[in-house]
Design a protein around this ligand. Structure first.
Ligand SMILES: Cc1cc2nc3c(=O)[nH]c(=O)nc-3n(C[C@H](O)[C@H](O)[C@H](O)COP(=O)(O)OP(=O)(O)OC[C@H]3O[C@@H](n4cnc5c(N)ncnc54)[C@H](O)[C@@H]3O)c2cc1C
Length: 506
């Protein structure tokens, strides 16, 4: 339940043109998989805390609502991309629609709808040390009406990229192109590809999903890549889950057992990528070869220059991308774009790709803190100047956590871990009668070597490299590291000492 200012105060605010203010203990930004998970954990673990979730879109789902391109699906299995607390019953790789329906059940089963306000775009957030709380302001997307909330704690579940617009590089001659140029993030609902020649620029997970989804539905689709990506192929089924179901094992058990098996297998795979990268590389390429046959130029089109796992390895269920190529419905070109022409793309090799539609599957614009103007005691916040506390809190920023999930494991594994952490922290603050918590470097941390938010040697997709300078830094020791390692964090975060001096309470 929110606390409203007094009717007299609200009437005075209305007369002065400022919106009425509602107060909550916790305000969650975003109703994607992280925000809905956060709401679940708060409702369960801190039932005495009032909270609200503000979401700019007109429904929940975040990523899975924003993206509407053909074939949109997860590339993680839903046993681990699903929440720890809600068994996944479908095939491991799920469509956006299936994920939305799963999230809808979580909302319904736990009475979360009453806490979510849609069409609320947050524009500014400011912290007052005097009042010991945040003021959150913005405008409704539908009515344009301004809103204002205050909250003691801010739980940032806004994701990591701008939802309104994807990233399209500027290529020479783009303005000359007479066909249709689209980005998967803003896919036109009425786009009819029947009989069209389509070029998809890029070879990440989005391109690998889109190409098989439209192959056979358009005249031809070409995946144009500057350099190849690793893919892993397999059936869209989980044998262990199927066996457990056949034995009528309760779904909660099946969910937990299958999660553990998948996480174990992933840990083994990740370790092997570092210990025996050449062997793993050969295995991945053999998987592709099995679909494309001995004569296909795998060396040119499917052998990346980097070692496996430096970027996310996209899973291709049932090899559908390769089947399209094998059947001649899709093809791959590995080349550089020289210039766009009236009719398509001229490549550095001199070849020309004519296209009626060009899809720029070239990734995201990283956004920092939901593109919200943050200030602390009237001073604009420069997020890049702060140091992270375990990749979720930040020096100099009181009463705030951010859910930035895993890239090598499912995002939601971290959303659940941070859910537990936030609830533990809130209870700890209550126990200490503290209303403020802020990470601060201790004397022994002075002079610590600072590093980028993500280790660039370790993981380096384009959108992160383009935006790394805007993100906070990490230190060289705990609790100032952002490890992106589920397998250590699953034990370390729940056991983290909240009184080791790195968190200052007031
Ligand atoms: C196409 C695609 C496929 C992916 N597949 C996988 C996968 O298979 N496995 C995996 O682990 N990860 C995947 N990811 C990464 C994915 O983004 C995360 O896994 C996860 O969905 C992020 O959830 P989130 O709730 O943290 O953020 P988001 O899904 O980005 O949701 C954030 C929400 O916050 C809202 N918001 C942002 N700013 C504001 C504001 N100022 N005011 C109000 N509301 C705001 C947004 O509208 C949005 O609804 C994929 C990403 C994409 C783009």
């Amino acid at each position: 339940m929110s606390t409203l200012a007094t009717p007299a105060a609200n009437a005075a605010q209305k007369a002065s043109g400022t919106p009425r203010t509602e107060h909550f203990n916790v305000l969650i930004v975003g109703a994607g998989i992280s925000g809905v998970g956060g709401a679940y954990h708060l409702a369960r673990q801190c039932p005495d805390k009032s909270f609200v979730v503000l979401e700019s879109q007109d429904g929940f789902g975040g990523t899975w609502r924003t993206h509407k391109y053909p074939g949109i699906r997860s590339d993680s299995d839903l046993y681990t991309f699903g929440y720890r607390f809600k068994p996944w019953m479908g095939k491991p790789i799920a469509t956006a629609e299936e994920i939305l329906s799963y999230m809808g059940e979580v909302i319904d089963e736990n009475g979360l709808a009453q806490h979510i306000r849609y069409r609320h775009s947050i524009e500014s957030v400011s912290w007052s040390s005097e009042d010991r709380m945040w003021t959150i302001e913005g405008a409704r997307n539908d009515t344009g009406e301004a809103f204002r909330f205050t909250a003691n704690f801010l739980w940032m579940c806004q994701g990591y990229y701008r939802h309104t617009e994807g990233y399209t590089p500027q290529w020479k001659g783009m303005d000359r192109y007479q066909g249709q140029l689209v980005h998967p993030q803003t896919w036109p609902e009425d786009l009819d590809l029947t009989g069209k020649r389509v070029v998809v620029i890029g070879s990440g997970a989005t391109a690998a999903t889109l190409v098989p989804a439209i192959a056979g539905k358009c005249a031809h689709v070409t995946m144009l890549q500057r350099s190849p990506t690793y893919f892993i192929t397999g059936r869209n089924a989980n044998e262990l889950a199927d066996q457990l179901r056949a034995l009528d094992i309760p779904s909660e058990w099946t969910h937990e057992i299958v999660r553990r098996k998948i996480l174990h297998d992933q840990a083994v795979f990740t370790r092997r990528c570092f210990e025996e990268p050449e062997t793993v590389r050969k295995e991945l390429l053999a998987g592709v070869r099995a679909f494309l046959g001995p004569d296909y130029d795998i060396e040119k089109h499917f052998t990346p220059k980097y070692l496996p796992w430096r970027q996310r390895v996209a899973f291709i269920p049932d090899g559908d991308l390769f089947k399209g190529i094998r059947d001649g419905l899709a093809s791959v070109v590995t080349d550089e774009i020289e210039t766009f022409t009236e009719k398509g793309i001229q490549l550095a090799s001199g070849d020309v790709l004519e296209a009626d539609v060009i899809v720029s599957a070239t990734g995201f614009n990283l956004n920092v803190l939901g593109d919200i103007a943050f200030s602390i005691d009237g001073k604009p916040l420069d997020f890049a100047q702060s140091t992270t506390w375990r990749g979720t809190m930040f020096t100099g920023i009181p009463n705030m956590c951010w859910v930035f999930g895993y890239f090598r494991a499912s995002w939601t594994l971290r959303a659940d871990l941070i859910g537990d952490f936030v609830c533990r922290l809130l209870k700890h603050m209550d126990d200490k009668h503290a209303s403020v918590v802020v990470p601060a470097l201790r004397p022994q941390d002075e002079g610590m070597k600072m590093q980028a938010w993500m280790d660039e040697e370790n993981f380096n997709p384009g959108y992160l490299m383009r935006g790394m300078h805007l993100l906070p830094k990490q230190g060289d020791r705990m609790p100032w590291r952002h490890t992106q390692d589920y397998w250590s964090e699953k034990d370390e975060l729940p056991a983290a000492d909240l009184d080791d001096g790195s968190l200052v309470y007031k």
